[in-house]
Design a protein around this ligand. Structure first.
Ligand code: SME
Length: 155
């Protein structure tokens, strides 16, 4: 069992402050924002093994900026990311082996959280985070990751 010796709340608050400061002069293009968010969070959060964005295309999800081991570049709507996109809600998966349809990009991933990116009522993509331990994500991750989406969508 993993012993949590870090304070998630504090780490997220610091990471969000860093993201805001780094993106202060970035306007328009979403890719530099996604790349910055993924890089800051991956290095700030000890429980992150992989994190990154997928774009919601018509028939599949397509990879965007990410940090971690090489991911599946395109995935079906049947996995955790696709389910989150279709339901338009965040999904916390304590054990990926128990999620029907879970898509394996790296066998080291044991738990996962996915946050949909909703712009004007339409899902344009998702932010996905994987951990190497079971039960790594909770409502605190959801709360702070959902605060990051408006920063990403700001003009
Ligand atoms: N596990 C995801 C696929 C993406 S990777 O974890 C990077 C899913 O089931 O949608």
């Amino acid at each position: 069992m993993q012993i949590k010796t870090f304070n998630k709340e504090e780490l997220y608050k610091n990471a969000i402050a860093e993201i805001k400061s780094k993106l202060e002069n970035v306007r328009g293009d979403i890719i530099p924002k996604m790349a910055t968010i993924a890089a800051v969070l991956k290095h700030a959060m000890p429980h992150y093994f992989w994190c990154g964005f997928y774009f919601a295309e018509e028939k599949e999800l397509v990879i965007g900026p990410y940090q971690g081991t090489s991911a599946c570049p395109n995935i079906a709507y049947t996995g955790v990311c696709g389910t989150s996109a279709q339901k338009k809600e965040a999904i916390i998966v304590p054990d990926v082996h128990k999620f029907p349809g879970h898509i394996v990009c790296d066998v080291q991933s044991k738990s996962e959280i996915v946050i949909p990116i909703i712009e004007n009522g339409r899902v344009i993509g998702v932010f996905d985070v994987d951990a190497k331990t079971y039960n790594a994500f909770d409502e605190t991750d959801k709360k702070y990751l959902e605060q990051i989406i408006p920063i990403l969508l700001e003009d």
